[in-house]
Design a protein around this ligand. Structure first.
Ligand code: KIV
Length: 266
């Protein structure tokens, strides 16, 4: 199977087929996603919260993102890899945006990048796209703006806020984004945006009408328990399973059951 590309993103939208996307941050999980046929893997800055144990995503650095992107890219033979630009890796200037986005492709092995924001990042998107760096835009709830937004809240609920998001969706498409991630927006607004844009929309907490869906892997498999957003569906509880395995190992060692003859050399 050839590796998924931005052209397949567009083709799936045209063909009315859903795009599947999950986050991953390391080799073993990326391998499972890749072998399971997930179209795209986002190396999200959510790694700050679900892997590093941070309060929010703001402290995550470019070097950390590149480190994780390399591990994921090494595992992915079929899925497309998208690197998530961390806080202050692009807000500072268009030059920084190009340089740091370029690092994801050059050092990390990603095929595209994602950045948060609407109107304020249009020139960044244009410059990156002109440099042959495919960009996924991200509007709605943008976790890097947590302090301005005052928490992880649904966006676009008033008529005025919805109009602004719709305008921003068109603006990022016009700026050259190959796709648009919509986070925590009412489903009817996501539907309207999806119908009006030619580029595919990828939803997280944006209802069923988007062209594709993304979730944070650790939410899906039950490895992050600090809070579970309403839009998450948990498909496994690995924390519970791992805790049982660890407890059984501990008991076996303490009782002298492990290692037995079969795990020992003669
Ligand atoms: O960092 C992240 O995981 C994200 C989510 C919206 C998928 O950006």
């Amino acid at each position: 199977m050839p590796q998924f590309t931005i052209h397949d993103f567009l083709k799936k939208k045209k063909d009315g087929k859903k795009i599947t996307m999950l986050t991953a941050y390391d080799y073993p999980f990326a391998r499972i996603l890749d072998e399971s046929g997930i179209d795209a893997i986002l190396v999200g800055d959510s790694l700050g919260m679900v892997v590093q144990g941070l309060e929010n995503t703001l402290p995550v650095t470019m070097d950390e993102m590149i480190y994780h992107t390399k591990m994921v890219a090494r595992a992915a033979k079929n899925s497309m890899i998208i690197g998530d630009m961390p806080f202050m890796s692009y807000q500072t200037s268009i030059e920084d945006a190009k340089r740091n986005a370029g690092r994801f492709l050059k050092e990390g092995g990603a095929a595209a990048v994602k950045l948060e924001g609407g109107r304020e990042v249009l020139e960044h998107i244009k410059a990156m796209t002109r440099s042959d760096i495919p960009v996924m835009a991200h509007i709605g709830l943008t976790p890097q703006s947590i302090h301005r937004m005052g928490g992880y809240k649904v966006q676009g609920k008033t008529a005025e806020a919805a109009k602004k998001l719709l305008e921003e969706a068109h603006a990022v498409e016009d700026a050259g984004a190959f796709s648009l991630l919509l986070e925590a927006v009412p489903m009817n607004l996501a539907k309207q945006i999806t119908e009006e844009l030619s580029i595919p929309t990828i939803g997280i907490g944006a209802g069923p009408h988007c062209d594709g869906q993304v979730l944070v892997l650790h939410d899906v498999i039950g490895l992050f328990e600090r809070f579970v957003p309403k839009f998450v569906k948990q498909y496994a509880n690995l924390k519970k399973d791992i805790a049982i395995a660890v407890k059984n190992y501990k008991d076996d060692v303490e009782k002298g059951i492990f290692p037995s003859d079969s795990e020992s050399f003669k």
